[in-house]
Every structure is written in C-alpha cells, then in structure tokens.
Ligand binder design. Structure first.
Ligand code: NAD
Length: 447
C-alpha cells in the first residue's frame, strides 16, 4: 500500500520522534479541528441528527481537553525512567525508554464517529508514531470532515485518512502495521485480532457488550434515575458504555420507575420524536433490529417509533428475562430493559455468567455493597452513583476486559498505549562479576 510505504519511510527518517514535533502536531490538530468545528457539527447533524450541544459535549470539547492535557504532560512522559538496581545486578543501571511503535492504524466506529477517530490519534501523535485513520463508512459526512481536518493539518506521510468500508478495512488489516487501534463491535474485534496475529501486530481493541446498571435498595433513587436516563438515552442509546439494562432492587422498583419516567420527560420532553435535537438511529438495519426488541416483556414507557426519520422514543421495558432477544445482544439503542432482584448475590451470579462487560454502574450508599460488586464482578471500568462519566477524565484508563476489549487509553494511558516501553540495562565496564560464568571463582574482577 502506497501510503503505508510512504509513512514507513517518513517514520524511519526520525522526524516524528522529537518532543517539538509531537507538540507542534498536537497544536496543528487542535487548530484544524477549531477551524472546521462548524463543519463537524453540521456533519454529525447530517449523519446522526446530533444536536450542537451533544456534539460539542461528547465529540469535540472532550478532544480539546485531551489535547491540552497531553501537551501539558508530554515532556515528562517522554523522559526515560530510571529504575532500581537489584543486588544481583551491582554495577548496572536500568532505564525504561518510551519508544514509538512506528506506523499505526486507527479504525473507528460510527456512534461517536468524530471523537473515536480523533482521540486515539492524539495518543498516536503523542507516542511519536505516524498514523492512518479509517473512519466509519456509516457516517460519511463526518468521515469527509475528518479527512479535511487531517489533510489540512498534516502531510500524508505523517498522518493520513483512508475512507471506505469493509474491503478497505480488511486491506488495511492485511498490511503489517506496527500497531492497530480498533474501536467497534465484538465480532469485528475478533477479525481484527485474527488479522493482527498474522503479523503478530500489537493492538488495542475497544469493543462493546451489555453493560449493567444496578440500583440497590439504599440508592439515592431520584438521582440514580436521572443519571441512568441520561447515560442510556444520550445519542439515542448508541453509546458503547451506555447502561444496556438495569437491575433494580425489588423494594424500590416502583419508585425508581416513576423517577425514571420523570427524568426521561425532563431530558427529552413528552414528545421525543418531535424533538429536533433527538438523535436518529444510524441505519435502517439497526432501526429494524431495535424495533423487534419492543415486543419483549411489558412496554412500561415509550415505544413510539418513526421509520422515516429512524427515531425510537426512549423506551422502558419491564418483566424482562434473560431468554428474551433484547437480553441476547448489546442493544445499542434507546430501549432500557428493567429487571428486578432481591439478593445481590443472585445478580452477581447472573452478571458473571455473561461475557465481562465494558462498564458497570452501581447505585448505592454503602461501602460494603460497593466493594462487594467491584470485587466480585469483572468489567472494564465504571461508576458508582453515575453513568458514563468515568470515560471523560484523563486520569482513568478507559477500556474493556475479555470480550469487551483489550488495552485502554485516555490521558497518559493513551501515550503508554502507543508507546513501546523499551528496557535497557547499562552494564559497567569497570569490573566483572565472574559468578555467572562457568568455571570461575566468586568475587569481583577489576578490569
Ligand atoms: P463495527 O465493528 O461494525 O465497525 C467498526 C469499524 O470496523 C468500521 O470502521 C468498519 O468499517 C470496520 N469493519 C466493519 N466490518 C468489518 C470487517 N468485517 N472487517 C474489517 N473491518 C470491518 O462497529 P460499529 O457498528 O461501527 O460500532 C458499534 C460497536 O462498537 C458497538 O458494539 C459498540 O459497543 C462498539 N464501540 C465500542 C467503543 C469503545 O470505546 N469500547 C466505542 C464505540 C463503539
């Protein structure tokens, strides 16, 4: 692939490595996003009917903070770190050198099509790499603006965009990149891993799954309902870390459901399908897939749909069991199944029978419940008494575990993800320790 070879030579020239180059590139990226900000907002509106407020909050503003944070700390991150010397290694000095991987590939999904292409790119640049970005073909207007922003800021030998669908993605995956950063579905994640194994390419997989919410009997119910409504229905539920379903303690179920419907109406109005700021479902295929779930359990709230605009009102389903289709896959839409429980142990058992989720949200006021859930359920990351917020801080690594992903990023973790930590032991030439050689006497031997 022509562009790959060009990037290979550019990387070899060493130009991507110095701190000044990395800082300048991060500033160019930020400036270019700023220049094209109205086009990004317009493209997100055309592709997903995202509102300006939501686009800024979840796709653009978060990138500026990430770039600023990276620029502020990069110098420190790049300094080789001295390590202690073991007694057995007297005379040596150990250091860890942060080393770029080289030519990297970033494949992005459609649900936050701008942010999820750009956030990994910040890490790739900070790490001193070149990058080819493959945006999602399902959000073509956003893919166009991503290409514009990158072409405006960088020469393609350094950072390039390759647009296209599955064939382009597979062609890229057949190329021996030095690192692959993939965000998308579990099924495609498996393909990426298989392709990466051909060249033993290191990779990060940011995948999805069914992330549970748990509302315990001692939760602050009104807040729990509002924060769950926000996390679930933002972007019309098309969020990898959205609470997929909620387990509510039997004793507080009725109150919780009342607060939940109040919160939905407060956030999205009584007639969400008439709300011009309500996000659309990305494609007819996904719209049809989601509307089938509306037959499951009891329709407690919502359920209105409009095929023409591909909108589904925030919907709550009750009387749900695990054998129903809505519980068989990641929902990725504005439909919230609510299940009830009596004992925490029972749901811990239920959740741990499923693949490890990307996120988990627990609403409780007691440390015992909090620590028990954190200790006994494996998941990527999550919040106590909130949803989604954990991914918006540079101080926490964001990523899944097992089926929900491999690796993580954000803040320093992005730099580490796009950096090989090269261990170097510098040996003294002042003396030699004969002990390790065969047929030698103990003690030091001065050279
Ligand atoms: P997807 O896996 O269908 O597509 C992601 C990317 O892979 C796209 O660029 C697409 O062109 C490419 N692709 C699709 N099929 C391919 C194939 N057969 N071979 C090679 N490449 C292929 O995912 P999506 O539908 O765009 O996104 C939704 C999924 O992504 C959900 O499961 C969601 O949970 C997950 N997701 C995860 C995160 C995270 O940070 N963990 C963030 C957003 C979305």
């Amino acid at each position: 692939m022509h562009i790959y070879n060009q990037q290979k030579s550019y990387y070899k020239s060493g130009q991507t490595r110095p701190l000044q180059h990395r800082l300048a590139a991060l500033n160019y990226l930020k400036d270019s996003i700023k220049r094209h900000e109205p086009e990004v907002i317009m493209a997100l509106h055309q592709d997903l009917n995202k509102s300006e407020f939501e686009s800024y909050m979840t796709e653009i503003g978060i990138l500026y903070s990430e770039i600023d944070y990276t620029i502020k700390h990069l110098k420190k991150w790049m300094i080789p770190k001295k390590v202690k010397t073991a007694l057995t290694h007297v005379g040596t000095k150990g250091k860890i050198y942060p080393d770029p991987y080289g030519v990297t590939l970033i494949i992005a999904p459609w649900n936050y099509p701008f942010q999820l292409a750009m956030a990994p790119l910040i890490g790739a640049i900070a790490g001193g790499n070149t990058a080819i970005v493959k945006p999602s073909e399902l959000t073509p207007h956003t893919a166009e603006v991503i290409e514009k922003i990158i072409t405006d800021a960088f020469i393609p030998e350094f950072i390039a965009v390759k647009q296209g669908g599955v064939d382009v993605s597979q062609q890229l995956l057949d190329t021996p990149f030095d690192y692959i950063f993939f965000t998308g579905s579990v099924n495609v994640g498996k393909i990426v891993m298989e392709k990466a194994s051909k060249h033993l390419t290191p990779h990060t997989l940011e995948l999805g799954g069914k992330s549970p919410g748990i509302v315990h009997e001692d939760a602050s119910l009104k807040l729990a309902a509002k924060r769950i409504a926000w996390g679930k229905f933002i972007n019309a539920g098309q969020t990898c870390v959205a609470p997929d379903y909620v387990y509510v303690h039997q004793d507080v179920k009725d109150d919780f459901l009342t607060y939940l419907t109040d919160a939905i109406e407060e956030l999205y109005s009584h007639q969400p399908l008439e709300n011009p700021d309500y996000t659309h479902i990305v494609s007819d295929k996904h719209f049809d897939r989601l509307t089938h779930f509306l037959d499951d359990g009891t329709l407690f709230y919502g359920g209105d749909t409009n095929k023409e605009t591909r909108t589904i009102a925030p919907t709550v389903l009750t009387d749900i069991t695990w054998d129903m289709p809505v519980m068989a896959e990641e929902i990725f839409g504005p439909i919230l199944p609510v299940l009830t429980y009596e004992s925490l142990d029972f749901i811990i058992d239920d959740i741990t029978k499923q693949p490890k989720p990307l996120a988990l949200y627990l609403f409780t006021e007691t440390a015992y419940t909090r620590e028990k859930v954190i200790a006994e359920i494996p998941f990527g990351g999550g919040c106590i008494n909130d949803t989604i917020y954990h991914l918006a801080t540079p101080h926490l690594p964001f990523g899944g575990v097992g089926q929900s992903g491999t690796g993580n990023y954000h803040g320093k973790f992005s730099f580490d993800t796009f950096t090989h930590h090269k261990s170097i032991l510098k040996q003294t030439t002042m003396f030699d320790v004969p002990l390790r050689y065969p047929n030698q006497k103990a003690g030091l031997k001065w050279v």
